[in-house]
Design a protein around this ligand. Structure first.
Ligand SMILES: Cc1cc2nc3c(=O)[nH]c(=O)nc-3n(C[C@H](O)[C@H](O)[C@H](O)COP(=O)(O)OP(=O)(O)OC[C@H]3O[C@@H](n4cnc5c(N)ncnc54)[C@H](O)[C@@H]3O)c2cc1C
Length: 493
């Protein structure tokens, strides 16, 4: 708490962030634990998180909204949705459930101090609208701050970047007034963001090039869910459509994830087959779409209606797989000796992992080193009392974990009430003190750049439950609701 603090408000729960996780948390607290006194503190001017931060051309989801949507509110649109559609959906959740009064915008949490003596958190908060410093105290912190820093993206340093004559734009900070009509644009990157921006800009540019160091797998197909279309033709209730379509998608995804491990060539052929529907039968996938890793080792982005491949087939866009030697005044020189002319460079090079919302945490005045903690099922952490973090899935929609962890959170709070406990903290039993520890995610299993760059900041995991961060929705959906709270891994007091 700062000296300039002017007010202290005490809550049962503070939710950090009003993105898809925080709004979901607010819904579940309101409906499953009515009477819980809580607020959502959000530093931006509105809700949405990821979906208001990103405003680049074409901004859309890369997974389907049937599962990226909440389990409790049917998604009635096409599977891949624009940021605007996602924001409309979230706005409806807020309105329909009267959540607005709980959300405080432009509240930046800078510090979080746990006091064992007071058995509560004290949050040092800056009001970005008034400049005031305010303090909140709470019994429980529900961290829904996402996983990356919103204020800026990650841009590697390439030689010569400062001599480039045109704008260098990161998609996370897209300038509203960027003029790109008739210009040569080079988009550096090959992830879902690059795959969205390239087709969205292609028709207006003189030419747009996706420059990648290494290729990525994409899944192309019509932006339509056949089961949803069929059920709607039969006039089935939207609640049923939502449930059935979610189950079908999750079933199919589990099959694909398994096949990617045991039959990677088959999955690769299937992905290529779908891309060739847009690129033509003779299109050679080498080198631009032939990654060195197996499918699913990194997130598989869906390309709705194959728009990226349509733009390539139309000659409006092209892909170059090469290394940047240097940036010049007028473009990029590549290791192969080739030169790409550019008026604008877009660096779709990813995020900076942000650990706990860049909040300075202390536990009884000791600064918290998050990396020293061990996770309890990817949600709680040894030595950090009364705190839960929603870190979603990579291979399934993030929101599946939002709903699931909300159920867990309610169960945990109810358990604390029943026990008359005001503190819960994960603690590794003495018998497991020598348990081998591993990184937050296994780089063999999942290895995108932002995770690899930030792994040293993240908590670690053990080799058996409840000390594993599974990243496996299909396992968690069965295990988490049954997870014992009385096996000695959680200390209640
Ligand atoms: C362009 C893009 C597309 C994506 N598409 C998909 C997809 O299709 N499917 C999928 O599953 N995942 C997708 N993801 C991952 C996506 O980020 C998550 O799925 C999800 O939106 C994260 O939601 P969240 O609420 O947990 O966090 P965020 O959306 O990151 O929201 C967190 C909020 O907390 C606020 N906050 C952070 N720190 C503080 C603080 N100290 N004080 C106050 N407020 C704070 C932030 O400003 C932000 O508004 C995508 C990510 C990006 C960047």
């Amino acid at each position: 708490m700062t000296d300039t603090a002017t007010a202290v408000e005490h809550l049962d729960v503070v939710i950090v962030g009003a993105g898809i996780s925080g709004v979901g948390g607010a819904y579940h607290l309101t409906t499953q634990r009515p009477g819980t006194n809580f607020v959502v503190l959000e530093n931006q001017e509105s809700f949405g998180g990821t979906w208001i931060t990103h405003t680049y051309p074409g901004i859309r989801s890369d997974s389907d909204l049937h599962t990226f949507g909440y389990r409790f509110k049917p998604w009635t649109g096409v599977p891949i949705a624009s940021a605007e559609e996602i924001l409309t959906y979230m706005g409806e959740v807020i309105d329909e459930n009267e959540l607005a009064s709980h959300i405080r915008y432009q509240h930046q949490i800078d510090t979080a101090e746990w006091s064992s003596a007071d058995r509560r958190w004290t949050l040092g908060v800056r009001r970005l609208d008034t400049g005031e410093h305010v303090a909140f105290t709470c019994n429980f912190l529900w961290m829904c701050q996402g996983y990356y820093r919103h204020s800026a993206g990650y841009t590697p340093e390439w030689p010569g970047m400062d001599r480039f004559d045109g704008p260098v734009v990161h998609p996370q900070l897209w300038p509203d007034d960027l003029e790109y009509e008739g210009k040569n644009v080079v988009v550096i990157g090959s992830g879902a963001t690059a795959a969205t921006i390239v087709p969205a800009m292609a028709a207006k540019t003189s030419h747009i090039t996706m420059l990648q160091r290494s290729p990525t797998y994409f899944a192309a197909g019509r932006n339509e869910n056949e089961v949803a279309v069929m059920l709607r033709e039969l006039d089935i209730d939207e609640e049923w459509v939502h449930e059935i379509v979610r189950r079908k998608i999750l079933f199919d995804q589990s099959q694909i994830a398994e096949a990617a491990v045991y039959f990677p060539e088959m999955v690769k052929d299937e992905l290529y087959g779908r891309m060739r529907e847009y690129l033509g039968d003779d299109y050679d996938m080498e080198p631009h779409f032939a990654p060195s890793y197996r499918p699913w080792q990194q997130r598989l982005a869906f390309v709705p209606d194959g728009d990226l491949f349509q733009a390539i087939a139309a000659g409006e866009a092209s892909v170059v797989t090469d290394e940047i030697e240097t940036v010049t005044e007028t473009g990029i020189e590549l290791a192969s000796g080739e030169t790409l002319d550019a008026d604008i460079i877009v660096t779709a090079t990813g995020f900076d992992l942000n650990v706990l919302g860049d909040i300075a945490f202390t536990i009884d005045d000791e600064p918290l080193t998050f990396h020293d903690t061990v996770t309890w099922r990817g949600a709680m952490f040894t030595g950090i009392p009364n705190m839960l973090w929603v870190f979603g899935y990579f291979r399934a929609s993030w929101t599946l974990r939002v709903d699931m962890l909300a159920d867990f959170m309610v169960r945990l709070l109810n358990e604390m009430d029943q026990r008359g406990a005001s503190v819960v903290v994960p603690e590794i039993p003495a018998a497991d003190a020598d348990m081998p520890l591993a990184p937050w995610v296994d780089p063999e299993n999942f290895n995108p750049g932002y995770i690899m760059r930030g792994l040293h900041l993240m908590p670690r995991q053990g080799d058996k439950q409840p000390w594993i961060h599974t990243q496996d929705y299909w396992l968690d959906k069965d295990e988490l609701p049954q997870a014992p709270l009385d096996d000695g891994s959680l200390r209640f007091s």
